[in-house]
Write a new protein. Structure first.
Length: 465
């Protein structure tokens, strides 16, 4: 049987329901279930697969041997009982850390082994008690908190063990010395784009970086016709640029005056999340600027000039906080896959699900809408499908404005799409290695380099000549 419901698709064995479930098909036997949602984009929606489970079912719940895959890259293979991990199984986190052993009702419990990617080959083996492990010195370690704290540390500083491996044994002392620095200096990647290229758009470059779990950092070469922010605004990835762009200069000024600087980030994140737009963190590093909130976005950056040194107060680390600018958004794919974006909205809840006060029951989606929203299952089993479609004008008009959880019955999955922009130009013709060196020299104190993919805007050959 193939069963379809809003946000769910099941293919496998079933049985007829009875008593209070009479008239329904019950998942029972072996089957595959895919959980999907729609991620808002400017003027469109993308279908994403949040999770997939393939294995045994009993009385409409995963029960028996099976495998789970989630869109953040984590996975589980082992035994299930009444929809929870129970018995023997192996769980792998997105960073490669893993636990293999006994589970009890969804918790690490019993004999098992935990291997952490962050601890240089060290592991914890023995008896676990509800996600915790007692070390030989008597200290208890909460494994889930251990993973969470190391994930945050890697976003802020990078993985020191990975840096040692990259730099080699001769530089171990140097790597240890820089371990406590605020920002890592290892750059994530480099993408080149020529405005006006008919084969590729800036939107595609941004998606490429974000899908790689990196934040795009847009810079323009001296000879490029567009400056970085101008190119971003022309890419149609924002619905309200005035609300979705944040000047780090103005945020730092408000913070210095002990005013509410967090409002810049709260407004930008709220507007961008609900519309599926990008949120831009802008360094106005081309010249000394003294413009207010209403005028800074309209000015034309100075060409051929730049601030020699960026003020330390512009550093993103000065604004990192759960209520203003969560550092976790610098691992955007992981952040979004775990459903954390709604927490940044005023009506968000602690489980990542938006509340809704719709006065009427949410209607069932039409078959036409469900068919247009259907996308192919990713090779990884979960994540972005790349399937983008537009809702019709009638569908948008029929949507209840109070319902922030569905599109006419199909569940929504809100996301954050951060972009960093620098207004100053960079020299023409640099190789990727030179670009990395130039960016690290200029911005290493102001952004987590290892979480950025530099998008270099280049001039067309005729323009450069």
């Amino acid at each position: 049987k193939c069963l379809r419901a809003p946000g769910q698709l099941y293919y496998g064995d079933c049985k007829a329901g009875y008593k209070e479930r009479k008239g329904r098909w019950i998942r029972h036997g072996k089957g595959l279930q895919v959980v999907t949602a729609l991620a808002p984009m400017p003027h469109a929606f993308e279908t994403v697969v949040l999770s997939s489970y393939e294995g045994q079912w009993e009385e409409d719940q995963p029960d028996g041997e099976g495998s789970y895959k989630w869109s953040d890259g984590s996975s589980y293979e082992g035994n299930m009982e009444q929809g929870k991990m129970h018995g023997q199984g192996r769980f792998v986190w997105p960073d490669g850390s893993s636990y293999e052993g006994s589970w009890f009702q969804g918790a690490l419990h019993g004999q098992g082994r935990f291997d952490s990617r962050f601890d240089g080959g060290r592991y914890m083996q023995g008896q676990f008690h509800y996600n915790c492990f007692q070390k030989s010195d008597g200290r208890w370690v909460d494994i889930l908190q251990h993973i969470k704290s190391h994930e945050l540390r890697e976003i802020l500083e990078g993985n020191p063990l990975a840096r040692v491996e990259q730099e080699g044994p001769k530089n171990k002392t140097k790597a240890k010395a820089t371990k406590g620095s605020t920002m890592s200096s290892a750059l994530g990647g480099c993408i080149r784009f020529t405005p006006g290229d008919p084969q590729r758009s800036l939107r595609q470059c941004l998606r490429e970086a974000l899908k790689g779990n990196l934040v795009p950092f847009i810079l323009a070469e001296e000879s490029c016709t567009l400056h970085a922010l101008e190119a971003l605004l022309a890419a149609d990835v924002m619905t309200e640029p005035s609300s979705q762009c944040v000047s780090m200069r103005l945020a730092a000024l408000e913070q210095r005056r002990q005013r509410d600087y967090k409002r810049f980030f709260a407004q930008a994140l709220r507007s961008s999340i609900l519309s599926g737009s990008c949120v831009a963190l802008v360094f106005e590093d081309d010249a000394v600027v003294d413009l207010g909130e209403e005028a800074w976005l309209q000015r034309s950056p100075s060409k051929g000039t730049s601030l020699e040194v960026l003020p330390d107060e512009w550093s993103l680390s000065c604004f990192f906080s759960g209520s203003a600018l969560p550092p976790e958004i610098f691992a955007p794919m992981t952040f979004n896959a775990r459903g954390k974006a709604p927490l940044l909205l005023p009506d968000g809840s602690d489980n990542g699900v938006l509340s809704t006060e719709a006065t009427e029951a949410t209607p069932a989606p039409s078959q036409d809408l469900m068919l247009r929203a259907a996308g192919e299952l990713p090779e990884t089993g979960a994540g972005s499908t790349g399937h983008i479609f537009e809702a019709t004008e009638d569908e948008l008009n029929a949507r209840d404005p109070k319902d922030t959880t569905t599109l006419l019955g199909l569940p929504l999955h809100y996301q954050v799409h951060p972009v960093v922009v620098a207004q100053a130009r960079m020299p023409d013709g640099m190789e990727d290695s030179e670009v990395r060196k130039w960016v690290k020299t200029r911005f290493w104190k102001h952004a987590p380099m290892h979480r950025l993919a530099v998008v270099v805007l280049t001039a067309q050959e005729a323009e450069a000549a």
